[in-house]
Design a binder for this molecule. Structure first.
Ligand code: GLN
Length: 499
């Protein structure tokens, strides 16, 4: 049985660069693995013809000697990034069968490049399932199908980048892209025992990412190790000023450079609000152990406070739906996407199209968003939320006066059961408590596997850095991963492999 699907991006890169394997061979292995685990529900679209053509082109580039370290390494993209060679649905019926005329900037930077920007030459395996328009925490809001967690197929993989996390954890792809608006890279990474990072807001281009909440949406990599995330993030980030008005005017950075620096003396802030009531004891135990390990590596734990942590939930669930209501107004059946078959007039066409095309959670958020933006409520809800958002960002700056990074849980519990009828939408909103503050502040955050909890499910630890400190987060995570092996544990689906 071949074990190629258990390799990290870095290992695959080494094999490709030293010509011990071809991109076509490794790509074939992953596609076979994906085919034999269709029941997981991770992929929404594959196109073997396109994928093999990219692998052949990558082999030619490797042979010609002008390859990037990622050339020929397979990757799969969250179905929120538009792609010209694969269907893009954003997990919604509204976009069934939609084909974009262009690739998202992140996709072209990792892939074949576009408009004068060189691409890394990675090979796209396909598009990955996600919650509809990235709204959700369990991938149960996808119109197409639910995704199973490779550690226990009766549980959710997390969301909204649930397909991305499940694909990597099952060995269907060595890496995937994700997007994080309020935790959608960090939380599924935590639930599936992989590593993921959301960079500083503005560091990766949002061009070609189907918009959910534009002031929060940010792309990032999901893989098995911090080293892999560093390689991928270096290729993803960089200014895209002509296409994304919130793109930071900064050149790309090599995040692998500082990975091996010592973390002796690193001050890790421990926010007391992240360890209060509501945190499950199994998660707490794993995080406490990980923190002890960081101390062994020379880090110092510093108690800090993020006093408005609880307010992050109402603030986020006002601002994100407000922006979503506005962003989703473009889906009206006129220019693209689903259109109702029978209607009386234009306004009837809008109504029927949107009633048919959007799922329940998306409609709920559009209604909340329009409500908080409406005359008479705008000041009371939306403006007030914006003010508290600023205070949450200020709290972080106060905290960073006494620490270099902040550590805590990603989620209050391990992954819950699929189809749990007792869970209400509000339960999912509350479970976002530890990821939302960094999102609202626009700070970089990551999740690293630090052990197992109830039901032998993975537990992730969150590291949050100050603006543009993703290198420091990756360095801390890499040093921890050199000293531990949680990130190398294989899910039952990955160890099963293919015959
Ligand atoms: N769970 C959060 C939400 O539903 C975050 C989703 C995300 O980051 N895309 O909005």
């Amino acid at each position: 049985m071949s074990k190629l699907h258990t390799l990290t991006v870095k290992q695959i890169s080494n094999l490709l660069q030293s010509k011990q394997i071809s991109s076509v061979e490794i790509t074939k292995q992953y596609l076979m693995q994906a085919n034999s685990h269709k029941g997981l529900g991770a992929f929404l679209d594959c196109n073997e013809g396109v994928t093999f053509a990219q692998a052949k082109a990558a082999d030619a580039r490797l042979a010609a000697g002008n390859a990037h370290p990622l050339t020929g390494v397979p990757i799969a993209h969250k179905d929120i990034f538009v792609t010209k060679d694969f269907v893009t649905t954003a997990g919604s019926k509204m976009l069934t069968g939609y084909r974009s005329p262009f690739d998202a900037t992140v996709v072209s930077r990792l892939g074949n490049g576009a408009d004068g920007v060189a691409g890394a030459g990675m090979v796209t395996l396909g598009k990955l399932n996600c919650d509809e328009f990235a709204m959700g925490s369990a991938n149960e809001n996808s119109f197409y199908r639910k995704v199973q967690n490779p550690w226990d197929t009766s549980r959710v993989p997390g969301g909204s980048s649930g397909g991305s996390a499940a694909a990597v954890a099952a060995g269907l792809a060595p890496a995937a892209t994700g997007t994080d608006t309020g935790g959608s890279i960090r939380q599924p990474a935590s639930f599936c025992g992989i590593t993921g990072i959301k960079p500083t807001y503005g560091r990766a281009s949002r061009y070609g990412m189907v918009a959910y909440a534009s002031s929060l949406d940010q792309a990032g990599p999901m893989a098995r190790t911090a080293e892999d995330c560093a390689l991928l993030l270096s290729a993803m980030c960089g200014a895209d000023l002509d296409r994304d008005s919130t793109s930071l005017d900064l050149p790309p950075e090599d995040y692998t450079r500082g990975l091996n620096d010592s973390i002796a003396g690193l001050r890790i802030g421990i926010p007391k609000e992240f360890f209060a009531d509501g945190l499950a004891s199994d998660v707490r135990t794993a995080i406490d152990e990980a923190l002890k390990h960081f101390e062994k590596l020379g880090a110092k734990l510093v108690p800090i406070s993020l006093p408005r942590t609880e307010l992050a939930i109402p603030v986020y669930y006002i601002i994100a739906p407000a922006e979503a209501a506005s962003n989703l107004s473009r889906f009206d059946g006129v220019k693209f996407g689903h259109r109702a078959a029978d209607y009386k007039d234009l306004s009837d066409m809008y109504k029927k199209t949107r009633a048919e095309g959007f799922g329940e959670e998306v409609k709920r958020r559009i209604m909340i968003g329009n409500y908080v933006l409406s005359h008479g409520y705008y000041d009371a809800y939306y403006l007030q939320a914006q003010r508290i958002r600023r205070m949450i960002a200020d709290d972080f700056q106060e905290a960073f006066k006494s620490c270099d990074v902040i550590a805590g849980p990603v989620a209050p519990s391990v992954a819950w059961k699929l189809g749990d009828k007792d869970r209400k939408p509000l339960d999912d909103y509350l479970a976002d408590i530890y990821t939302l503050p960094a999102s609202l502040a626009g700070l970089p955050g990551m999740s690293i596997p630090v052990g197992f909890g109830e039901g032998n499910m993975p537990v992730g630890m969150q590291l949050i850095g100050n603006y543009l400190q993703e290198g420091r987060l990756l360095n801390a995570a890499h040093q921890y991963q050199l000293a531990t092996d949680w990130h190398l544990k294989k899910s039952p689906l990955m160890s099963g492999g293919i015959a």
